[in-house]
Design a protein around this ligand. Structure first.
Ligand SMILES: [Ca+2]
Length: 145
């Protein structure tokens, strides 16, 4: 009986950990607005998941249809409310010139678990902005393992 108890214990500990992860693949954007006077735009994305670290993709110079193909993986905290992907134009004088963003409430990600689609960019107050972004989001919560 002692042996059995010791074997089962680590299993209990494993299931008490929060193991929700969110994989975000930032693929492409298209039809972005022209932000530069002498050229097109130099787009990059910034990704945040709840209050976690803000990650940035590389800057793609002088295009309105960038391809990033960059992936970020987050351990999702219970308090996290949304995943946000914001697109900016980079410039020498102004490092972050806001273009548009997409936000996903955590409840939506839990319900869908895998997303692969194009999304219309929005302004900070949820109005329609110019341009679209292609994302793949794989949301794996503890219950599904
Ligand atoms: Ca620029």
């Amino acid at each position: 009986m002692f042996f059995l108890a010791r074997v089962l214990q680590p299993r209990c500990c494993f299931f008490s950990l929060s193991l929700t992860t969110c994989q975000v693949m930032i693929e492409n954007a298209r039809n972005l607005p022209r932000m530069d006077t002498f050229g097109l735009s130099d787009p990059f994305c910034a990704v945040t998941c709840g209050k976690g670290v803000r990650h940035k993709t590389k800057v793609i110079k002088n295009t309105l249809n960038p391809t990033w193909h960059e992936e970020f993986v987050y351990n999702v905290e219970d308090s996290a409310r949304e995943l946000k992907i914001a697109v900016y134009d980079w410039s020498l004088t102004k490092e972050e010139d806001f273009i548009g963003q997409v936000t996903f409430p955590m409840s939506e990600l839990v319900a869908s678990s895998y997303i692969n689609d194009w999304f219309k960019l929005r302004t900070m107050d949820q109005q329609e902005a110019k341009g679209e972004i292609q994302l793949k989001i794989n949301f794996v919560s503890e219950e599904q393992r």
